[in-house]
Each structure stands twice: as C-alpha cells, then as structure tokens.
Design a protein around this ligand. Structure first.
Ligand SMILES: NC(=O)c1ccc[n+]([C@@H]2O[C@H](COP(=O)([O-])OP(=O)(O)OC[C@H]3O[C@@H](n4cnc5c(N)ncnc54)[C@H](O)[C@@H]3O)[C@@H](O)[C@H]2O)c1
Length: 229
C-alpha cells in the first residue's frame, strides 16, 4: 500500500509538530529560523561556521535584525538550536536552504554552496520531507541540480515521497517595516503537491504567503510586487 506522505506531512506542519531545519544561519537563515521558532516549531539551524553556532547557543545574535534577547528566549525554551552537525537532518521533516550564492566575476552566481548543502542533505533525505531553496539563483537550479540528488538518485519521487520547492528570499536587511515575517513570499514547487506542502509549512509562520502552481509556471503574481519601492 502506498503511504500518503503528503497528508501526513501537512498534518505535522499544521500541528507544528514537524521538525524544522535551516541550512545557513546568516542574514536570511537566522531571521527565518527565528520566525519559524516564534510560530511554535522546533527549529535547528545548521551552519559549518562554528562561531555563528556558538553565538546562538549562548543566546546571542550575530545578525543586527535579530535581537539577542529573542534568540536567548527561544534557545532557553528549546525552540531554537544550532549545530555544525549535518546528521541532525536525519530527524528533520522540513528543511529550508539559505546558503550564499555570491556573484562570480563573470556575473553568474557561484552555486558551490548550494551544491555542498544539497550533497549533505542528500545523505539524510527520507520520505515525508519538504525542502525549500531560499538562496538567490537562476531558474533551473531546483529542478536540474537539486532534484536529481535529493530525489532521483535516492529513488524518491517529488510530489509523492518528497516535496521540493523554490522560494526566493526577498528580505532587505535593516528594515523594520518589511521583515521576514511580513514580506509576501512566492513559492514554486516541482509539482503542484510540492507547492501545496511548502505553502502549508510557510503559511504557519509567515504573516502572508502565496504559492504558484508549479515551479515552471512561476509567474510574478501581484503579491510579488516589491515592497521596496
Ligand atoms: N542578505 C540579503 O540581503 C539577501 C536578500 C535576498 C536574498 N539573499 C540571498 O539569500 C542567500 C543567503 O544570503 P545571506 O545574506 O543569508 O548569506 P550569509 O553569508 O549571511 O549567510 C549564509 C550562511 O550559510 C552558511 N553556509 C555556507 N555553506 C553552507 C552549507 N553547505 N550548509 C549550511 N550552511 C552553509 C555560511 O556559513 C553562512 O553563515 C543568498 O543566496 C543571497 O543572495 C540575501
């Protein structure tokens, strides 16, 4: 009998019993981890930079937009953890990837961090997982680079066993009117089911989110209009 991973995962996300992991605890990842933790999820941030991990563990913040008191409170109540150990991904239900994509001299993004994060995540992929790529990148990265490693090579079907989506981060660090919490998000899944699961997750934590039907048909809906003028 085929297990209905979608329904089971959506239930966990709606009940906030899903275990959330955020890969990359920088300007994008730490605010997002905090927003998920504030919403009631148990969140673990994973970053190879042990200084950032240690800062969070002692209840401090290395990101100006995230107050140290907020990190301290969330760490103390056990809703926010940080580690350099990628094996915790084996227990994760929902993973957000917020790694850097610096521009090369040629003007195209350096995807090596996305590749490294994908390789690490692939070791721990299991059915009933949702993965959202937040990093700024060019069209095709999710489907052509991530999907084969996270799905195909492991015999996991997108939209049935695992749920993969792209939701480009649009945060403008330093602003207090438009934050990670209230900036509308566009979410495009590999399949409609992937979009639905990713939206079911983000809807629990963000003030506003919207979804597209499919990654390939991700158009610029009205909510995409930039709040930054
Ligand atoms: N900062 C912004 O204003 C902003 C706005 C919109 C979009 N973005 C995009 O969001 C993405 C993240 O940007 P950022 O500003 O948060 O970068 P950042 O450099 O502040 O943080 C990225 C973090 O990822 C960590 N990292 C590197 N490799 C990793 C791996 N394999 N696994 C886990 N963590 C890893 C780094 O140690 C670092 O702490 C980029 O694609 C960027 O273009 C950034």
């Amino acid at each position: 009998m085929t297990q209905n991973y979608k329904a089971a995962l959506e239930k966990k996300l709606e009940e906030k019993s899903a275990r959330v992991a955020v890969l990359g605890l920088g300007y994008v990842g730490l605010p997002l981890a905090v927003v998920f933790a504030e919403a009631g999820f148990h969140v673990i941030g994973i970053d190879p930079d042990s200084r950032k991990v240690d800062t969070i563990r002692r209840g401090d913040s290395h990101i100006h937009d995230v107050p140290a008191e907020q990190v301290k409170r969330l760490v103390e109540v056990g809703r926010l953890q940080a580690t350099t150990d990628f094996s915790v991904l084996g227990n994760a239900d929902a993973v957000s990837i917020c790694v850097p994509t610096p521009l090369r001299k040629t003007g195209d993004p350096d995807l090596s961090f996305i590749l490294n994060a994908t390789e690490e995540l692939a070791k721990y992929m299991h059915p009933g997982m949702v993965v959202v790529l937040e990093s700024t990148t060019y069209p095709g990265t999710t489907r052509e680079i991530m999907l084969p490693k996270l799905g195909g090579e492991r015999g996991l079907a997108a939209g049935e066993d695992i749920f993969l989506a792209f939701s480009p981060e649009r945060v403008d660090p330093g602003r207090s009117d438009w934050t990670t919490y209230n900036t509308p998000k566009v979410i495009g899944g590999i399949t409609l089911a992937c979009s639905q699961v990713a939206a079911a997750w983000y809807r629990q934590a963000l003030q506003r989110s919207c979804r597209s039907t499919r990654l390939r048909s991700l158009r610029w809906p009205s909510c995409w209009k930039t709040p930054f003028g």
